[in-house]
Design a protein around this ligand. Sequence first.
Ligand code: ATP
Length: 486
Amino acid sequence: MTEVLKRDEVVAARGVRVTFGAVKALDGADLVIHSGECVGLVGHNGAGKSTIVNVINGGLTPHEGTITYGGQDERGISAARANGVRCVFQELSLCPNLTVTENARIMHPDLKGWNWRSGALALVEAHLQEIFPGHSIDGDSTVDDLSIAERQMVEIAISFAGTDKKPKLVILDEPTSSLDAGLAAQLMAYIRKFVSEGGSVLLISHILGEILSTSDRIVVMKDGRVTADRAAGEFSTRSLVEAMGNVVREQEWARAAATKTGEPVLSMPPRRGHGLAFEAYRGEMIGLAGLGGHGQTEALLDLYLDRNSNWWPTRRREIAFVAGDRSLNGTFPLWSILKNLSVASLGQLSTNRMVDRMREETLGESWKKRIEIRTPDMDNRILSLSGGNQQKVLFARALATTADIVLMDDPMRGVDIGTKQEVYDILRSEAANGRTFIWYSTEMDEIRLCDRVYVFREGAIMEELIGEDITEKNILAASFSEGAAA
Ligand SMILES: Nc1ncnc2c1ncn2[C@@H]1O[C@H](COP(=O)(O)OP(=O)(O)OP(=O)(O)O)[C@@H](O)[C@H]1O
């Protein structure tokens, strides 16, 4: 390594090994980031991406290997911060009971003096405006009152903000997982601006389009090692998927031949007194589209409560829910992986009101294989899983029930591309067998897989699209204006 390159290095991790019990999370991984570049980091769920982020961020001391900042060997969170490293974590880390401004103060302790509030407010508002122009987040709101997308935006803005000096490296772990396409595009444009001015970004995402369009260089991880590290221009979507160890499959997706047949299995009058009514029929896959935060999650919750407001456990569950915000309303953090998976199916796993442990384990093992939940032991705690693998457990929880209707609230957050393909196939075959899926997604590619789509605007359903009319153009038109484009 020449002196010139060394000076240019913002951070370098070399030969890093980290183990958690029997799991080799990092098995001799190397990652070097230079100033003025955006490095895309991809890999399957559990490949070791968040672990290497924690090592670079100083939160985790590796069992072997070196970490240098600007060529200097240093350790710990304060060394990382002093060297200009900031991180937006996959599981967002804002304090929920504090306001946006107070959270900015925690991340920037140099905002001092009796007037720190107005300094913090100005800082966060300026960066929110620069990154997400036109946003409507109030800096005095309590974080708990914000949607998951808004929390993600706030954390991103606070991380890019600098009181006296700009950060040198911002690590973004799945930053767009809850953002709709418009907000994601704003963030990608800002990243390009930030690196053109000499900053560095480490971008982790399972949305390969944004990795390919925004990164200068792409690093691929597999089973704790770096398996490819090349200029972004040398990859295509296909070669990137293959480098991650997945087989590229042409999406063969036959929509249901007929929609709206028979009696509706679920319905809801027009929301907020205007727009269209909601109806779902047996075997349909219904997409909820529109800009994020326009009432889709609220509609799902109302549909769920309409069918399941009973506190008494029922043997035959009618409706299941896959949460998108897994840490808020998805996982039971103190429970094992198996208990998290089986909790919605206890009725069907019980004899004489006692859970049959053998049947529970068989259920766990079958789903572990089916969607590749990466763990040596299903009795490990759920939080020992990587984020994407936790999300797979929530999927398995809903699909393992006998519920005829499954509601999904942007359920693919952080799930890798190989697993997504598996899950899409499971959804399609289950729908063909008569299950109804109601699917809110912030990803246009997923909305396009649905048989019928309701587009939300300002809390109400403003457009219904069926079959071939489900196009990005029509969805965008209905998201913004009075009618869908022809
Ligand atoms: N605290 C922990 N205890 C036990 N195992 C852990 C812990 N943290 C991570 N692991 C394991 O280390 C491996 C790497 O996890 P990591 O979170 O780095 O994956 P990832 O590539 O970020 O995945 P994802 O795409 O799902 O976020 C996984 O097998 C995970 O189960």
